[in-house]
Design a protein around this ligand. Structure first.
Ligand code: NAD
Ligand code: MLT
Length: 526
């Protein structure tokens, strides 16, 4: 498979991709026309914040399976287009947060102490101590807008300077404010009125873009100092320019602009603004971290695995994913049984989680179930990202429910699949964290360890059925690894579940189906 690296990532990340046998083409700063021309040949692309991954891009990206965002913000990526096409978008939200927080503090101190301006002056051979008087942080109030990963790191660091920290973030719990020793403010206006310093750490959304504008600056303390190391435009650029010119804002530290790259912003002409060209994450540590993390995620996505930090999938952290791995596998296997055992078009899928699995992020397991259900008929066109959409487009109703406990199993995933007037049921469990078992098919009880090749037969419960099955498979040179038989009541119907060592040909299946008493036989490939 081929991966295009369109923006700079650490060499260590590229090594990870190559070690996995991927063909990696590094074309930094590739022009748009060329990108659109060549992207059809690539399975994956890695970008930072400059490359626009939009509808126009997707229309050319015929083979694309994953977009790796080496960094945090995904505002350059249109998510709907990716999800519709089953393209996984991954990012590295934790890999550069410390660097971004440290850069924020760097900008805050540098701007309120005129470090950059004084440096320029002295390099121009001007020794001027009177022009660059600054202010202390100690005893002042910093208002933090957005108390997420970076906002909270900034808060705790600024507390060590003796600052009072207040924050506005309506989307987090009071416990998070308490955890970081930050006083909650209910409204942005409260921050504007109270803070001596304001720093923004929200994503760029419709709500946050321009959230600090002219009206907000009218409320601010005269001489307030601001920092934006999040996304360009969260502090409106024109509003900031006006507020600086009106003497409301004394200094600003800016790392991000609405249009990037940018060498023409009017903010560049203002003496009390210091600007860095989006350097928040540009440290050796963050870039190594980001590069290696995004490379591993791209590799996992190309292998069709559930990926932590996939933006268009349920959020899973690495540890959580490890704990869930066996359930994801089990869900997918149970799903894969349907179209290999039944033919009818599905109308409704009910997924029931019981026991300890019910406490997990079951929405991810449900995606694995759906991926499993459609894979036998759609092959690689289905993945975790588009599985739910595929079901919806086919008008299939999906319900999920949880039961606290199950009488027989510590954990259980049960599927009830309704098609025409029939209901197909299958259930499985995980023993000792790793041992997967299929324990029920249509009410027949088993204890089968799933393997790549399996045979499932329905037969009349009468003498000689097992023997004939064994003989026919033997003459067709199919080795039986395990065999289990389950019946509902004596002399009625039974089900045989065999795991075998190799593929079973259609002719063999026909021979078995000719045996009197065999009602149905299916070969299942996992
Ligand atoms: P995060 O998701 O951990 O935190 C964002 C916080 O903003 C959340 O707590 C959320 O509840 C809050 N929020 C959302 N909408 C809000 C609103 N309307 N009002 C108030 N709060 C709101 O994100 P993070 O990892 O801390 O990143 C923060 C920002 O920093 C992002 O924009 C990210 O892209 C940017 N970033 C920039 C650099 C850089 O190089 N300059 C590096 C990394 C991240
Ligand atoms: C991010 O969102 O991670 C930062 O803006 C840094 C970057 O884009 O490299």
């Amino acid at each position: 498979m081929k991966v295009l690296v369109a923006e700079k990532i650490a060499e260590k990340g590229i090594e990870v991709l190559r070690k996995e046998g991927l063909q990696v083409d590094v074309k930094l700063g590739i022009d748009r026309e060329e990108l659109l021309k060549i992207i059809k040949d690539y399975d994956g692309i890695i970008v930072r914040s400059v490359t626009k991954i939009n509808e126009e891009f997707y229309q050319h990206a015929e083979k694309l399976k994953v977009v790796g965002r080496a960094g945090n913000g995904v505002d350059n990526i249109i998510m709907e287009g990716a999800t519709e096409r089953g393209i996984i978008v991954v990012n590295t939200p934790d890999a550069n947060t410390v660097s971004a927080a440290e850069h924020t503090i760097g900008l805050l101190i540098a701007s309120c102490r005129n470090v950059a301006q004084a440096n320029t002056a002295i390099k121009n051979r001007q020794w001027d101590r009177s022009k660059f008087k600054g202010v202390e942080l100690q005893g002042k109030t910093v208002g933090i807008v957005g108390l997420g990963r970076i906002g909270s790191l900034v808060a705790t660091r600024l507390q060590s300077f003796g600052m009072k920290t207040i924050a506005y973030d309506p989307y987090i719990t009071d416990a998070r404010f308490e955890k970081f020793g930050v006083e909650k403010r209910e409204k942005l206006q409260d921050i504007m009125k109270e803070a001596d310093f304001i720093t923004v750490h929200t994503p760029k959304t419709e709500e946050t873009f321009g959230m600090i504008g002219e009206e907000e600056f009218q409320l601010a303390k005269k001489g307030v100092r601001v920092v934006n190391c999040a996304r360009g435009g969260i502090i409106g650029e024109e509003a900031l320019e006006k507020a600086i010119k009106a003497g409301i804002v004394s200094s600003a530290g800016i790392d991000v602009l609405v249009n990037e790259p940018n060498t023409t912003s009017p903010l560049l002409d203002l003496d009390n603004v210091i600007i860095t060209p989006h350097l928040g994450a540009d440290t050796v540590e963050a870039q190594d971290n980001v590069g290696v993390t995004v490379a591993h995620e791209v590799v996992s996505a190309l292998k069709g695995e559930m990926v932590p930090n996939a933006v268009n999938l349920p959020t899973l952290h690495h540890q959580e994913l490890e704990a869930m791995r066996s359930y994801l596998q089990l869900g997918e296997i149970l799903g894969k049984l349907y179209h290999q055992l039944e033919r009818d078009a599905i109308e409704k899928i009910e997924i029931i989680y019981s026991g300890e699995v019910a406490n997990m992020e079951t929405s991810a397991i449900s995606l694995a179930v759906l991926k499993g259900i459609f894979e036998p008929i759609l092959k690689e066109q289905v993945n975790y990202v588009n599985a739910r959409l595929i079901a919806q487009n086919r008008g299939i109703g999906i319900t999920e429910s949880r039961e606290i406990a199950n009488d027989n199993y510590m954990n259980l995933i049960r599927l009830k699949i309704k098609a025409k007037d029939k209901e197909f049921t299958v259930a499985g469990t995980v023993f000792a964290k790793k041992d997967l078992r299929i324990v029920d098919v249509n009410g027949f009880v088993f204890d089968v360890t799933p393997t790549p090749y399996m045979l499932v037969a329905n037969n009349t419960d009468k003498p000689g059925m097992i023997g004939q099955m064994g003989t026919l498979l033997g003459t067709s040179r199919i080795n039986i690894a395990t065999m289990q038989v389950s019946r509902n009541s004596k002399g009625q119907q039974a089900m045989m579940f065999l795991t075998v060592d190799s593929d079973v040909r259609q002719e063999t299946l026909k021979l078995i189906l000719n045996v009197e008493g065999i009602l149905k036989i299916n070969f299942v490939k996992l």
